[in-house]
Design a protein around this ligand. Structure first.
Ligand SMILES: Nc1ncnc2c1ncn2[C@@H]1O[C@H](COP(=O)(O)OP(=O)(O)O)[C@@H](O)[C@H]1O
Ligand SMILES: [Mg+2]
Length: 298
């Protein structure tokens, strides 16, 4: 039910998008409509960067788009007053953190991650030492900044590792980590909002590829994971200063879990459409509650 505060305040939801994500936009739009919130769509590529916009305490903000222009618009709009899914607006301004920085933060927060070496080398002696530390072949090389499994490479031999490292480091741009290969039986995607996992699904392993998130016909189903896994997911999102995120976790046959990454923005409609959980509504509801609690403090 709406309370008095909702009736007097005209709330706006700024949805920063690339317009490549119509489903996400639609779900968020509908969630705003249901709550009488003004939906303001900003397409990053079309935004007038010369504008100086000062958002206030009635302005909620979430970035759906991942294009550079959308990322910049979000940074420009974030301020002390507007309400976002970051613990502090500066966290959003400094984003994106890549897989290297975020995995280091996860390690420091004692969240289980696959054994990781945080920079590639083409020094063969060092590489062989790393292979031993990562429990031998196969191992994973992951490039920072990839998505949908692109840039996640499985390496099966020293010959491949040496030649690949020479090639990847040719531009002196070391954006690669080396990781232990996890022979997982489940790949979990958990959606964290605030202090809770609000939804979760499982990606089935696909035939002919070790990456479970590659291809158009992904097999996914609703699945709830253990409290321990849910706790790791919440902790992982918080360790980055975020209040929302799509968390990827691999689980092996012994039930051990390994957090591989946190995504924000994330394609939450995949979960919402399979499980029926109103994630968009919960996100808008969460932002509203946050705005309400801030307005009480003023
Ligand atoms: N250490 C690993 N061991 C085994 N498989 C992995 C490992 N890391 C990633 N994968 C596989 O590759 C996929 C993509 O990896 P992820 O780190 O989530 O990158 P992306 O950002 O591309 O989604 C995962 O869904 C998983 O199936
Ligand atoms: Mg992933």
């Amino acid at each position: 039910m709406l309370n008095y505060w909702h009736l007097i305040a005209v709330m706006n939801f700024y949805c920063i998008t690339d317009d490549r994500n119509p489903t996400t936009n639609k779900l968020l739009f509908e969630a705003c409509q249901k709550r009488n919130i003004n939906f303001v769509k900003i397409v990053g590529k079309e935004y007038d960067m010369s504008l100086s916009v000062d958002l206030g305490t009635n302005d909620l903000l979430y970035r759906v788009g991942t294009r550079q222009e959308s990322i910049i618009v979000e940074k420009l709009l974030l301020n002390l007053k507007c309400v976002s899914l970051y613990d502090d607006y500066l966290t959003g301004v400094k984003k994106p953190v890549n897989v290297i920085e975020s995995s280091i933060l996860h390690l420091k927060a004692h969240i289980p991650i696959p054994k990781t070496i945080f920079a590639l080398t083409n020094n063969r002696k060092l590489l062989l030492k790393y292979v031993e530390q990562l429990d031998g072949f196969p191992l994973i090389i992951k490039a920072a900044g990839g998505s949908h499994g692109v840039g996640v490479i499985k390496v099966d031999s020293a010959e491949t590792l040496f030649s690949l490292a020479d090639y990847l480091l040719v531009h002196d741009n070391n954006d690669f980590i080396l990781r232990e290969y996890i022979d997982y039986v489940h790949h979990a995607r958990l959606i964290v909002l605030g202090n809770k996992v609000i939804d979760s699904i499982e990606y089935k392993r696909v035939r002919g590829d070790f990456r479970s998130n590659v291809g158009h016909e992904l097999e996914v189903n609703k699945k709830k994971f253990t409290d321990v896994i849910e706790e790791s997911a919440v902790k992982a999102v918080h360790s980055l200063g975020w209040e929302f995120g799509g968390v990827d976790v691999l689980i092996d046959k012994n039930g051990n879990h390994y957090l591989i990454e946190v995504n924000m923005p994330c394609f939450f409609p995949r979960c919402q459409m399979i499980t029926g959980t109103d994630i968009a509504g919960m996100m808008i509801g969460y932002l509203l509650e946050k705005a309400k609690s801030w307005s009480k403090q003023l």
